[in-house]
Every structure is written in structure tokens, then in C-alpha cells.
Design a protein around this ligand. Structure first.
Ligand SMILES: NC(=O)c1ccc[n+]([C@@H]2O[C@H](COP(=O)([O-])OP(=O)(O)OC[C@H]3O[C@@H](n4cnc5c(N)ncnc54)[C@H](OP(=O)(O)O)[C@@H]3O)[C@@H](O)[C@H]2O)c1
Length: 256
């Protein structure tokens, strides 16, 4: 049975802790977390232990570093390298920052809370296979992890990390149109949200690509074709590409 540590217990760490516990990947007694605020309320609610940063390192087999990028130097000054494996979730911070440590880079997402976390993980050569397996198992207990090269992290962060923000914007625009047709805002939100969910599930579970699905719902001269024709003659694909490009560029800038 392995023990999992968290240095920094803010929004993302709490989401991961809640999710790992509810997925039964780990028991609360296997988790210890540190935080500047010493979050006793959170510890009480979840049943995890709290400790200082160094105690977290001493008591854990895998340690998640969940502080903001600007607090990484502070953390490195506070802990002794123990040869243990650390998993940094700090956006834009390269593994080269953690000189000589066994450091894994992870980009998690809040969707861990609904067991749909798409995460990117990068394992440098000094991470043994059994530790890789333990980390992948933990991540896959709350979604699906993908192993990528470190150079791909900015693109991943834009696509999957910022992605929910872009899809939410799209859902909102769609729901506002529904309101114009007289649906009340809650109904509009639910019907669009479920249309999105159903579409994604159909494509995933029936292994359908976009063209195939569009063909299935579009009959010649029908309603879908009328709408798709507007999309095709618009700049929407260019706008989506520019949106992602801007997020990738910003990710690169933040990492410097
Ligand atoms: N939120 C997301 O959706 C998301 C997604 C992917 C990756 N990330 C990454 O996750 C990291 C944390 O983000 P977050 O949104 O969870 O931020 P957050 O809510 O601000 O959490 C950071 C926590 O670290 C604590 N902390 C700061 N300095 C510390 C120290 N020296 N020792 C121990 N704890 C310390 C902070 O305590 P105080 O509040 O007392 O300062 C805070 O509770 C960031 O690097 C971010 O890039 C976040």
C-alpha cells in the first residue's frame, strides 16, 4: 500500500484528493497534505492527515507538488531531496527546474471530479517502471492519462486544460440562442449541455468520427444541412485554430 503526499492543498490538490478517494484508488489514511494555511477543515472533512512540507516528503511514496508556479522555488528551498518520486502539476514549469530530482510532470484537469480527467503525463528516463505504473493507475482511476513528450505540454494545456473553458463558452453561446426561442435559461442550459454530452458519448462509444456522425443526422435539404452550410461558409474553423494558437502561445510565455 503506497502513501500519497500533497505539497500545496488548494483547488487542484483538493479536487484530486476528493477524486482519488471517491474512486477508491486510495484510502484517506494513505494521504497526507501540507499547505500554508494548514487546512484542518479539509482534512477533517476528507479524513486525510496534514503535516509540514518535509513531513509530507518523509511520510509519502509519491509526492504531488501542487503549489503555484511562482511558489516552486520556495518549496525547493524547504524540502530535502529524498530520492522519492515527485509529480509536479505546476503549469508551464519544466522538469529541468527540479535539478537532480525524480520528477514527473503532470497536467491534470478539474474533470477528475466527475471521473473524466484527461491528463498529460511526462516521465523522464530516471523514473522506474513500477513508479510509472503506480502513477498511471492513480490517474486512470479518475479518467484517462496520456503519456506525452514534455514539448507537447503547452499544446496539451491549451487543448485539454483550457478546453473546458472554450467548450463552456460555446455551450453558453448556444444556450443564449435557445433563450431567444423562448426556452428558460435553466432548460436551455440543460438541453445544450446534454446535447454536447450525448454527441461526445456517441462518437466515443460508437467509435464514430465527425463526418460519419454528421452524415447520420443530415439528410439532403434538411435542417442539419441548412445549419452546417452556414458553418461551412463561415470562418469558424479558423477562429477555433486561432483560439487554441493563442492559448498555446500564452502557455509558452508563462513557462519562461
Ligand atoms: N486549478 C486548476 O484547474 C489547475 C489545473 C492544472 C494545473 N494546475 C496547477 O496546479 C497548481 C495549483 O493551482 P491551484 O489552482 O490549486 O492553486 P491554489 O488554489 O492557489 O493552490 C495552491 C496552494 O499552494 C499553497 N502554498 C503556497 N506556498 C506554499 C508553501 N511554501 N508550502 C505549502 N503550500 C504552499 C497555497 O497556500 P496559500 O493559499 O496559503 O498561499 C495554496 O493552498 C498550479 O501550479 C497550477 O498551475 C491547476
Amino acid at each position: 500500500m503506497i502513501n500519497i503526499g500533497f505539497i500545496g492543498c488548494g483547488n487542484m490538490a483538493q479536487a484530486l484528493i476528493h477524486s482519488f478517494i471517491s474512486s477508491k484508488a486510495v484510502k484517506p489514511g494513505q494521504i497526507v497534505a501540507s499547505d500554508k494555511n494548514n487546512r484542518q477543515d479539509f482534512a477533517k472533512e476528507t479524513g486525510i492527515a496534514t503535516a509540514t512540507n518535509q513531513e509530507v516528503v518523509d511520510k509519502s511514496d509519491i509526492i504531488f507538488i501542487c503549489v503555484k508556479p511562482q511558489n516552486i522555488d520556495e518549496i525547493l528551498g524547504e524540502i530535502k531531496d529524498s530520492g522519492k518520486v515527485f509529480v509536479s502539476i505546476a503549469a508551464g514549469v519544466p522538469t529541468s527546474k527540479f535539478k537532480g530530482m525524480k520528477i514527473v510532470r503532470l497536467m491534470p484537469t478539474m474533470a477528475c471530479q466527475v471521473n473524466e480527467m484527461v491528463s498529460a503525463v511526462y516521465f523522464p528516463d530516471n523514473i522506474p517502471d513500477d513508479e510509472k505504473k503506480q502513477i498511471r493507475k492513480l490517474l486512470d482511476s479518475v479518467g484517462k492519462s496520456f503519456e506525452f513528450k514534455e514539448e507537447q505540454f503547452d499544446a496539451f494545456t491549451a487543448l485539454a486544460g483550457s478546453g473546458p473553458g472554450f467548450f463552456a463558452y460555446f455551450i453558453d453561446a448556444y444556450a443564449k440562442v435557445a433563450e431567444k426561442y423562448g426556452f428558460d435559461s435553466q432548460v436551455a442550459f440543460e438541453l445544450i449541455n446534454n446535447t454536447c454530452l450525448g454527441t461526445a458519448k456517441l462518437m466515443k462509444e460508437k467509435s464514430m468520427d465527425a463526418d460519419e456522425l454528421i452524415k447520420k443526422v443530415m439528410s439532403p435539404g434538411g435542417t442539419t444541412e441548412a445549419g452546417i452550410n452556414v458553418l461551412k461558409s463561415s470562418e469558424i474553423k479558423k477562429i477555433i485554430e486561432e483560439t487554441i494558437k493563442a492559448a498555446v502561445k500564452r502557455g509558452g510565455e508563462l513557462g519562461k
